[in-house]
Design a protein around this ligand. Structure first.
Ligand code: HEC
Length: 607
């Protein structure tokens, strides 16, 4: 961790000289950060966004977090100086990561089964349909308009909430940007335990008892996977699954029959913005781990061979390829035929890989690739393609049409099956998993782009697929465009016809606002939930697309743990609905939206 968080707390107690760091913040920032963060580049948080974070968070990001490759060449004092400068605040404002009132029955042991209803992992089941039947939701469509806050929980010192809550056995399992994992009571938000991972955890958490005792599984942004005891929070094992310095885990590991299937992605696309960076050597992969011990059963790269040297760029930096094809989202599993499906991101360098922007079917037992269906060819792109110095931009300079969503495995109403997945191109695709991924239909619901189309996930009730559209756009001179983006579309599974499309209500005059609906969507009978970068969570009538409930989360909330906390943009994670409670996190503001640090539980009339 602790190294990182402990370091931040020590700093808080240190004398003033240490609190400001030595060296010249402005010039260090200009030399090491401006290139990416002041370029108005999409997919990079702007300087004003970073300024909303605490200086400690910036230090941690540079030491062990998302920016550790950028921070590696700096001294401790320099990292601090930059953090103080960019946030405009001295170190010492960080409260330790949130603690919560301990549950009275915190000593009670925990069982996965028999248990009340659950939302386990990312997609509410290995098919990743993000659909909750009424018996598990514990809510009917008629009750949705009456939803009110029951309790809220603040992530202290975080100023950014990115996780999706999982609920198993009456407990809420959630990670946080500080790296602290919480097991909370679904009813009251009291804490059973906390666990400190080495760095930020944004994956959803999967819980299972295949090993004889219930364990909770998740991954961090440095590609380390953890298994902790779900009763006590004690570490059982942890394993780094990729040695590349930019590797990370964003998609939730999927648990199935004694194995944990882990998707691996990276931030190397951003490293490439540095013209001296030798772009690029990361390859996406899926790793199968023994759920009991963490030992590796197999690891399969989306790109079979290691990248080879290609040419040197204008500055003489050696370039490598093919690279990329990261796996951003949770694998989908069909246990009956023993196949695992993943969707991949773009290529980072020339030559483009044949497995980027693709759907891959892997043998569950061996990892062998059974088929691969590339949807967008020749899509090599990295952040070197944005801004003034394009030394590392691949020749293809593709559209950056990653898949960030998990494929959903569905039995079609008319017979046969489909794998359905949304893409940043703005299309929803249906492929036939039983005929090597043959395309069944492809329907456009958004414009598409670097922060466009469908970003993090769709939901289905078995007849219709519901897709939130991001299409986030930036104003000239930077900042999110409050007038462009968003919308929710319903597409019929049998033939890909659009049933309805509801435009985003719009931002009004709210600052740092985009109507983008990039967060994953969630469905239950008669209702679809879709959050927005504008801070609202909305429920839609599944038949008509009419908005039946709308709550603005970008405000302060009273919290059960006494932390001053507020909501902001909703992005990435979708809401989960379990046993009469709708749960969501708010405050993922990295892409120019509103930061916040809250987990909120809604129940009918707040009862
Ligand atoms: C090569 C481009 C690049 C450079 C140089 C760079 N950054 Fe970043 N930074 C990014 C990208 C891209 C992200 C968003 C990553 C993601 O998707 O989470 C980011 C995210 C961040 C975040 C949010 C971290 C979090 O907790 O998720 C902070 C803070 C940050 N950068 C600070 C800095 C500072 C300070 C510097 C200079 C020392 C710097 N960055 C240099 C590209 C860059």
């Amino acid at each position: 961790m602790r190294v990182a968080l402990a370091a931040a707390w020590l700093l808080a107690a240190a004398p003033l000289a240490a609190q400001t760091g030595s060296g010249d913040g402005p010039s260090l920032y200009a030399a090491h950060c401006t290139r990416c963060h002041d370029g108005g580049s999409p997919r990079v948080p702007s300087r004003t966004t970073i300024a909303q974070l605490t200086p400690e968070r910036v230090v941690v990001a540079l030491e062990t977090g998302t920016m550790h490759t950028q921070g590696a060449s700096l001294s401790d004092a320099e990292r601090r100086a930059i953090a103080v400068f960019v946030t405009g605040r001295p170190l010492g404002s960080l409260a330790p990561p949130a603690t919560a009132p301990r549950c009275e029955d915190a000593g009670a042991s925990f069982a996965v089964r028999p248990s009340p209803p659950s939302w386990n992992g990312w997609g509410a089941g290995p098919a990743n349909n993000r659909y909750q039947p009424v018996v598990s939701a514990g809510l009917t469509a008629a009750q949705i308009p009456a939803l009110q806050v029951k309790w809220a929980f603040g992530f202290a010192g975080d100023l950014m909430a990115a996780g999706q809550p999982a609920v198993v056995g009456g407990r809420v399992f959630i990670g946080s940007t500080s790296g602290r994992i919480f097991a909370l009571s679904l009813r009251t938000g009291c804490a059973y335990w906390t666990f400190d991972a080495d760095t930020m955890v944004r994956t959803a958490i999967s819980v299972g008892d295949a090993t004889g005792r219930p364990l909770a599984y998740f991954g961090d942004v440095r590609a380390t996977v953890y298994a902790v005891d779900a009763s006590t929070g004690a570490l059982v094992w942890k394993r780094r699954v990729d040695e590349h310095p930019a590797a990370r885990i964003t998609g939730a590991p999927t648990l199935h029959a004694g194995h944990l299937y882990v998707p691996v992605s990276s931030t190397e696309e951003a490293s490439a913005a540095n013209p001296n960076y030798e772009c690029c050597t990361f390859r996406g992969s899926v790793v199968a781990l023994d759920a009991a011990t963490g030992s590796v059963a197999w690891k399969v790269y989306t790109i079979p061979d290691p990248p080879k040297p290609t040419r040197t760029n204008r500055l003489g930096a050696q370039l490598y390829g093919p690279s990329g094809a990261a796996v951003w989202s949770s694998p989908t599993i069909d246990g009956t035929v023993g196949v695992l499906y993943v969707a991949t991101g773009d290529s980072y360098s020339d030559p483009a890989a044949s497995a980027s922007d693709a759907i891959l079917a892997l043998d569950l037992r061996t990892g062998e690739v059974k088929w691969s269906q590339q949807i967008t060819k020749n899509d090599s792109w990295n952040l070197g393609c944005v801004g003034s110095d394009r030394a590392n931009c691949p020749e293809a300079n593709g559209p950056d049409y990653d898949f960030g969503s998990s494929p959903m495995l569905i039995a079609l109403p008319k017979g046969g099956r489909a794998l359905v997945v949304g893409q940043k191109s703005g299309f929803v695709h249906a492929l036939d998993p039983d005929h090597a991924g043959r395309m069944l239909w492809s329907t456009r619901v958004g414009k598409g782009g670097v922060l466009g189309g469908i970003e993090w996930g769709t939901a289905t009730d078995g007849a219709v697929v519901y897709a939130g559209v991001s299409d986030a756009s930036f104003k000239e001179g930077g900042g999110l465009n409050p007038a462009i983006g968003g919308g929710l579309a319903a597409v019929r599974l049998n033939d890909g016809k659009v049933v309805w499309k509801t435009a985003a209500p719009g931002c009004g005059d709210r600052a740092k606002c985009s109507p983008a609906q990039s967060a994953a969507v969630t469905a239950m009978p008669g209702v679809v939930f879709s959050g927005s970068v504008d801070g609202h969570m909305r429920a839609y009538d599944a038949a008509s697309g009419r908005i039946v409930w709308d709550v603005d989360t970008a405000r302060d909330f009273e919290t059960v743990n006494g932390v001053r906390a507020h909501g902001g943009s909703i992005d990435f994670a979708g809401p989960t609905v379990v046993d009469g409670v709708l749960l969501l996190t708010s405050g993922y503001g990295l892409m120019g939206g509103m930061t916040g640090n809250i987990l909120i539980a809604f129940t009918p009339n707040g009862k």
